[in-house]
Design a protein around this ligand. Structure first.
Ligand code: PLP
Ligand code: CA
Length: 302
């Protein structure tokens, strides 16, 4: 696109930003927590925003947990967040299938972890695959032909630490042999930060495997696709111009906010550094940037 955006501004007056919107969407990893560690000042910041009557929503591309499992994580970290405020890409996959009235007599093949299975189950969909297929091996003999369930009408692919050739072939067969079979990706993050010692292959690697074998493009339900934004704007009846998207990644979070027509704030408490933001080759400019969300408590008008 030829839209040129102004260079991101350091956030100077947090109250002005807070007063200009009614909803904050927070990305999770890099904004609220880092792995299993709460980021400094988060509880006080969320409390302050709630006391001002702001709606808070939490969106994560990490599909390994369900909404309910994230609810527990927030609780463990001492944060007062309800399941209904949490939108993980696992939930988004099930919500998307619901939104298109995916038939309950068809099945979903899952290349992904428990969070996706839990959300599909809660939504009343039949599924196959998931971690248990990680145990399966293919014994090749002359003439061997792998069978697949022809009632599979969708393949959902997310981050999967149990991915193997069996699952790749199974998902590929479902899509290749049935032109109507949907190919849904929870997210296509290139990297994830399982430890902070290095960058690990993200959900995009599993999605890329199926994309490579089927030559089909997935329908992405996680950030930066607009599905979750449309879904939650509709669910809560909020105007996108009344939302500020807060995230630590340019290519998922900030793009997600911009695709939705929201205000955007980049925090430097996660994966993006100031030199990366300010590198001339970076074309994704948030409206504002700041170190961490607890800056909301200290950045007051002079
Ligand atoms: N996917 C996986 C597997 C992850 O581990 C993470 C972060 O921990 C993410 C995606 C990104 O999550 P978020 O959207 O909350 O930054
Ligand atoms: Ca993040």
């Amino acid at each position: 696109s030829f839209t040129t955006r102004a260079t991101a501004q350091p956030l100077k007056n947090a109250d002005e930003l807070i007063d200009s919107v009614e909803t904050f969407i927070f990305d999770c990893d890099g904004v609220i927590w880092k792995g299993d560690k709460l980021i400094d000042g988060v509880p006080e910041t969320l409390d302050m925003l709630r006391s001002k009557g702001k709606r808070l929503v939490f969106v994560t591309n990490n599909s390994t947990k369900s909404r309910k499992q994230y609810g527990k994580k927030f609780e463990t970290l001492g944060l007062n967040v309800s399941e209904e405020e949490i939108f993980a890409s696992s939930f988004a996959a099930a919500a998307y299938l619901k939104s298109i009235n995916f038939p309950k007599d068809k099945k979903v093949y899952v290349i992904g972890e428990d969070g996706i299975l839990k959300e599909l189950e809660l939504a009343g969909f039949q599924y196959l695959g998931g971690p248990e297929d990680g145990e399966k091996k293919i014994e090749l003999k002359p003439g061997f032909l792998m069978e697949h369930d022809e009632s599979v009408g969708a393949v959902v692919v997310g981050f999967d630490r149990y991915v193997n050739y069996f699952k790749i072939q199974y998902g590929t067969l479902c899509i290749r042999e049935n032109p109507g079979c949907l190919f849904i990706a929870t997210n296509r993050d290139a990297v994830t930060h399982l430890t902070d010692a290095q960058e690990w292959a993200g959900g995009g690697s599993m999605v890329g495997a199926i994309q490579g074998s089927t030559q089909r493009e997935p329908l992405v339900v996680g950030k930066p696709s607009t599905f979750m934004m449309d879904y939650l704007a509709n669910e809560f009846g909020i105007l996108k111009s009344q939302i500020c998207m807060v995230g630590d990644r340019l290519d998922t979070d900030i793009l997600f906010g911009q695709n939705g027509g929201c205000k955007t704030l980049l925090v430097l408490s996660g994966v993006t550094t100031l030199p990366v933001l300010q590198n001339p080759s970076n074309t994704i400019q948030p409206d504002f940037y700041t170190n961490k969300i607890s800056d909301f408590l200290s950045l007051k008008a002079a």
